[in-house]
Design a protein. Structure first.
Lengths: 113, 113
């Protein structure tokens, strides 16, 4: 069973609000990721981290930001939410080597109204 | 760059039918290959994996064989159940360096009684 947690599971928020999506893992993984999943199911990598104090932009441009102050914690922040940010956000982590899988949280379904 | 191409969905099958979901990949190195499953409202879970050529991954009646010569990793199950209804993602991960996980676009499977 994967030990990676996302909160909240569901969030409905008004335009212009600042939000933080939480992601924590207890597996000691160095690498962590944020994916945005559109209604067509495709996953888009928006942020990743190699380890503490490391953050990189992913393949899909995003107005969100991330931080990695502790190994186990990788929060994602939107300074001013817009309806275009409405989506499913999935957090994942993985171990050191390429033959190990990524573990996913249950996701946060964000709706901006 | 690295990429994964998987069969378009949705796929609709009757219970006990044979399932094949095609997956092919392009990679600059020697990737590990994965199949993930996503049930409604959930994150992704690892279904099976193979880390080198000719390896067969298997789990819950699902199988996939790593075919280097055809750069394929097709998912099969001999007899699907209604509970197998989900979205299936093929993915690869290279060893060394950043080791990003690259996903296919997902294939939705619906099994009807």
């Amino acid at each position: 069973e994967a030990d990676i947690y996302q909160t909240p599971r569901y969030l409905v928020i008004g335009t212009g609000k600042k939000i933080t999506l939480e992601c924590s893992q207890t597996m000691g993984h160095d690498k962590m990721y944020w994916y945005q999943q559109d209604p067509g199911m495709e996953l888009h990598l928006i942020h990743y981290s190699y380890g503490v104090n490391s953050t990189e932009k992913g393949d899909l441009s995003s107005e969100s930001t991330v931080s990695r102050i502790r190994t186990e914690h990788f929060p994602l922040t939107l300074e001013s939410a817009r309806p275009s940010h409405t989506s499913q956000y999935l957090c994942a982590s993985s171990g050191h080597t390429g033959d190990t899988e990524a573990f996913f949280g249950q996701g946060t379904r964000l709706t901006v109204v | 760059g690295d990429s994964v191409t998987q069969m378009e969905g949705p796929v609709t099958l009757s219970e006990e039918a044979f399932l094949t979901i095609n997956c092919t990949y392009t990679a600059t190195g020697y990737p590990s290959l994965f199949w993930y499953v996503q049930y409604p409202g959930e994150g992704l879970q690892l279904l099976l994996k193979a880390t080198k050529a000719d390896d067969k991954g298997s789990n819950k009646g699902f199988e996939a064989t790593y075919r280097k010569e055809t750069t394929s990793f097709h998912l099969e199950k001999g007899s699907v159940q209604v509970s197998d209804s989900a979205v299936y993602f093929c993915a690869l991960r290279l060893s060394g360096g950043y080791q990003k996980v690259t996903f296919g676009t997902g294939t939705k499977l619906q099994v009807i009684p």
